[in-house]
Design a protein around this ligand. Structure first.
Ligand code: ADP
Ligand code: MG
Length: 374
């Protein structure tokens, strides 16, 4: 693949915090960044050399954007297939649209994982209200999710028993189809792995982190995940195998459940930097954003070694932002704010990476004292 020269332009589709941190990583490597976003102002647009603001379906704008870029990548996955084609006609796009299309739709995501014989929870597709009846035979507990556009637990319905199913049936007409139903996994913990790949010879994988959610939103990641070296290796191998099969260029987050039988089950994939990889920004010499930019720019991928342990806390909504004066005074607390003007409940405003010497992650009691509302 082509190696981009210093001063080349990297296009990033999406204006959120992932784009912002990606843009800063690209700038650090001497690149110019052009953001495409539908919102103004945007966290990414404010740190980039150029920013196009318009609809992700605007063919003319997408074409002009693509012509200004030497390579295009994403921080946001939900651009239309037509929009993607416009970009690919006019520029090199990594990761390829075929990977993006898989991750945009939970049904194609599950189908791909199943075809590749990777471990996934049993699942069925529900294409219309008439298909809901199949849930009864599928069984409970299960989770019903909208196939497209869900994030942070939005568009999900947990069915523990038949009465929950009846309740869902009663609002069948209001649901957005297609849906996917998957068996509820009684997990010990959730983990994720960030894998970055250029080709079969050049790839890197970061240590797995453990991720804890509240109300469907990631609250903290612990790096490393407190799992055996064997299991960590298994998780990394799954991510590498998937990246290889998809012929990934760039970075991808692979979310997994570690169940009570000790098995790993893949939950979902995100072919972009991921919230659960933010700990790498301060605990590794080259973080997930820089690795991603290096991968798509054809630069070498140095070690993904972790030099410190870290606890990443997301700063969410007004509650966590009220702690800012204290967070600013912390030793070994690496603060990252996204510059969002409006503070809303549930909105990710920033994160803090708390660093510890290797092997020195705090125990549960100390963890619970960090942020009052965990
Ligand atoms: P999102 O795109 O919103 O991140 P996920 O599929 O990752 O969607 O679901 C959000 C969270 O809901 C997961 O991190 C996990 O905590 C929980 N969850 C999702 N699917 C399952 C499942 N099959 N079994 C148990 N918990 C689940
Ligand atoms: Mg998820």
């Amino acid at each position: 693949m082509k190696t981009l020269k210093t001063g080349s332009t990297i296009g990033i589709v999406g204006g959120g915090q992932l784009g912002r941190m990606g843009a800063m990583a690209a700038a650090k490597l001497g690149f110019r960044v052009h953001i495409f976003t539908d919102t103004m102002p945007s966290p990414a647009g404010e740190v980039a050399a150029a920013c196009t603001v318009g609809s992700y379906d605007d063919a003319t704008l997408l074409e002009a954007f693509a012509r200004d870029c030497d390579v295009i990548t994403f921080e946001f996955e939900n651009i239309s297939a037509a929009g993607l084609r416009k970009l690919e006609e006019n520029c090199v796009v990594y990761p390829a649209s075929s990977i993006l299309e898989i991750s945009q739709d939970r049904i194609s995501e599950k189908r791909t994982l199943t075809e590749l014989e990777l471990p996934v929870a049993p699942w069925i597709a529900l294409h219309s209200a008439a298909d809901l009846a199949a849930l009864k035979e599928f069984g409970f507990p299960c989770i019903v999710k909208t196939a497209r556009l869900g994030y942070d637990g939005k568009g999900q319905y947990r069915l523990n028993k038949e009465s929950d199913f009846e309740a869902l049936l009663s609002k069948a007409d209001t649901l957005s189809y297609p849906l996917v139903a998957e068996k509820f996994v009684d997990f010990q913990r959730e983990i994720s792995v960030m894998v970055v790949r250029q080709n079969s010879e050049n790839y890197r994988v970061f240590d797995p982190s453990e991720n804890r959610h509240k109300d469907g939103i990631l609250r903290i990641s612990l790096a490393p995940a407190p799992i055996s070296p064997d299991l960590a290796q298994q998780a990394q191998n799954l991510a590498i195998k998937l990246a290889e099969k998809l012929n990934l260029v760039g970075i991808m987050g692979v979310e997994m459940f570690h169940d009570h039988k000790g098995q790993l089950i893949i939950n979902e994939i995100a072919p972009r930097p991921h919230n659960s990889g933010h700990w790498t920004m301060d605990a590794c010499a080259v973080d997930q954003f820089e690795m991603h930019i290096r991968a798509v720019a054809g630069l070498p991928l140095p070690s993904s070694r972790r030099h410190s342990d870290a606890v990443m806390h997301n700063l969410i909504g007004p509650e966590d932002m009220s702690l800012l004066p204290f967070l600013l005074k912390e030793d070994d607390g690496c603060l990252h704010l996204y510059g969002k003007k409006e503070v809303k409940p549930g909105r990710k405003m920033g994160h803090i990476n708390r660093l510890f010497p290797k092997g020195g992650l705090p125990g549960e009691l100390v963890l619970s004292e960090f942020l009052p509302n965990l």
